[in-house]
Write a protein that binds this ligand. Sequence first.
Ligand SMILES: NC(=O)c1ccc[n+]([C@@H]2O[C@H](COP(=O)([O-])OP(=O)(O)OC[C@H]3O[C@@H](n4cnc5c(N)ncnc54)[C@H](OP(=O)(O)O)[C@@H]3O)[C@@H](O)[C@H]2O)c1
Length: 285
Amino acid sequence: MTKRTILIQIDPDPQPSVFDRVVALDAGADEVFSYGGVQREQVRNLVHGAIFTRGPQDLRRTALFIGGSDVSVGEALLQEALRHMLPQFGLRVSVMLDANGANTTAAAAVRSAARHLDLAQTTALVLGGTGPVGQRVARLLARRGAEVRIGSRQPARAQAAVEAIRRKVPEARVQPAPSDLSAALAGCQLAIAAGAAGVLLLPLAARRACPTLRVVVDLNAVPPLGIEGIDVADKATERDGVIAYGAIGVGGIKMKIHKAAIARLFERNDLVLDAEEIDALGEGG
Ligand SMILES: NC(=O)c1ccc[n+]([C@@H]2O[C@H](COP(=O)([O-])OP(=O)(O)OC[C@H]3O[C@@H](n4cnc5c(N)ncnc54)[C@H](OP(=O)(O)O)[C@@H]3O)[C@@H](O)[C@H]2O)c1
């Protein structure tokens, strides 16, 4: 008998995310086991429960999803989960990390831009590039060959983000953006605003003053938007001569990627879906 697919939702927040649970079911998981308030030391037993209950041939029908609102906590839980798999005996299950929606959101932003630009030939400014989403956006752009500038109010944070990206992508062409916005934008074809909710980072006048700009993507859905003069629902909408994506426009793409990633988890038992792997899911995702 074919076993049911089970997604084990590991969430460090006190209440496991309803959003992640609904998406998991919509993506085709037969069952979702949700665990909230998960601490690092509890991960081992959750992993053992996953890997010791089914034979290796059925383990692709069990998978882990690590969520929660704090990306660094999620990253630590992912490492902990991987530590307790036993691949030498075929006893492991696939895992996806999408704490704070950061991986799927970043992949959706980059995919939106890639519909219109050859990223290897693109210079991109990532505003709010020091946050968990912005850093992933910058990393994925760099991995696809773009020249990336990281915008921040604090040069030291931008430098730290650049170094973190270079550790993961040694060939990355990435640097802190100049603090002056027009200098930061000069020569850019792409600007992605990944700043905090409700913070305007790219005023209309600055956007209009940059003749090379072709695509703008805003991930902030809370007014004021991160990019002035676009609409939150824009999806490849022309605005003042540039192609614009708003947070809801990107959100539709993000949902598709999220569902495709969950479905992919049940194809094999050895996947680790972090930012790059999620970005690499096919265009169908
Ligand atoms: N659609 C989705 O599903 C989805 C999922 C996740 C996130 N998001 C959105 O994506 C965006 C980025 O998320 P995140 O969690 O990475 O954001 P975040 O950590 O809250 O903020 C990102 C960066 O914004 C800058 N910032 C914060 N407050 C600011 C202020 N008052 N003025 C100017 N800059 C400020 C900070 O950079 P510096 O201190 O270095 O300047 C910070 O590192 C948010 O708008 C979030 O709502 C959407």
